[in-house]
Ligand binder design. Structure first.
Ligand code: NAP
Length: 277
């Protein structure tokens, strides 16, 4: 299995382009599941305060016996902590729960434009970054007009925008806006929560490569330049998902998969989502 490539964030930090998602992994199963992923070669792990499993992700990283510097760990600020002081306190809590010396990447999970002012939240993120306890800061679920406010009103450009992207929601406008401004895209729900396995077009392409529909879809993300971290609790599927660095899709195949777009969201629209715990 070839090595996972790194991309360079706009502050110079290297990020593995492929990793392990932990949304909806129950806390009591997270340590064991994450350790299995680490054993299979995953080094980039995506968690969030909202997933209630940061503690167990940290336990897995510490129990792995692998040097901390080999991991790239991301967590996210929860929706209830957007006020300046609340964001600082939430980061302290995330650090205490993870207990892994430093964080690689911290994200604002949702912009919540109807709840508060995410510009104030971003100023707290800037203070967190300057403290040196986190190597990079970014956002998640930001539309171009949310990002534009950060560019106009704050100092640090987010390194990534983590958004829902898969063949049924290609998000080319948001991705292109990010690229133009030095913000890499991370694709959440990269295999559309497993739905791509039933897609006839992707399955046909997969058969031609001797690969599965999930592998071809993950490869499509990689070749489009996005960062992905599929979630699985099943060791066979974990192994399948990371085994995508020994083949290449043609430009035509990438374009064919992109044409499956139908703006079909699995999650809420960022302008409408206003949930806080
Ligand atoms: N920023 C955000 O707002 C946000 C939102 C959602 C997710 N995320 C992040 O993105 C990560 C990935 O997204 P996601 O977990 O929502 O969706 P996903 O990775 O697209 O899909 C996960 C689902 O697909 C199944 N699956 C995994 N590998 C498979 C394979 N090879 N063949 C068939 N089915 C397979 C999994 O089941 P099994 O576990 O049973 O294999 C699970 O039900 C999350 O874990 C989280 O870290 C971020």
């Amino acid at each position: 299995m070839s090595a996972v490539p790194n991309l360079t964030l706009n502050n110079g930090v290297q990020i593995p382009q492929f990793g392990f998602g932990t949304f909806q992994i129950e806390p009591e199963k997270t340590k064991e599941t994450t350790l299995k992923a680490i054993e299979l070669g995953y080094r980039h792990i995506d968690t969030a305060e909202m997933y209630r499993n940061e503690k167990q992700v940290g336990e897995a990283v510490r129990a792995s016996g692998i040097d901390r510097s080999e991991f790239f760990v991301t967590s996210k600020l929860n929706n209830g902590a957007h006020a300046y002081d609340d964001a600082l306190a939430a980061f302290d809590q995330t650090m205490a729960d993870l207990d892994i010396e430093y964080l690689d990447l911290f994200l604002v999970h949702w912009p919540l434009p109807q709840v508060g002012d995410f510009v104030e939240t971003w100023r707290a993120m800037e203070e967190i970054y300057r403290s040196g306890r986190c190597r990079a800061i970014g956002v998640s679920n930001f539309q171009p007009h949310h990002l534009q406010r950060l560019f106009d009103e704050t100092e640090i450009v987010p390194v990534v925008n983590q958004i829902e992207v898969h063949p049924y929601l290609t998000q080319d406008d948001v991705r292109e806006f990010g690229t133009k401004n030095g913000v890499l895209t991370e694709s959440w729900a990269p295999i559309a929560k497993g739905k791509v396995v039933d897609d006839p077009t992707i399955t046909r392409i997969a058969e031609q490569h001797g690969k599965t529909a999930s592998q071809v879809t993950l490869r499509w993300h990689i070749q489009r330049g996005d960062i992905v971290f599929p979630k699985s609790v099943n060791p066979d599927r974990m192994r399948e998902n990371i085994d995508i660095f020994d083949f290449e899709l043609s430009d035509d195949e990438v374009a064919t998969i992109s044409q499956l777009n139908r703006d079909d969201r699995m999650g809420p629209h960022p302008d409408e989502f206003n949930w806080t715990p």
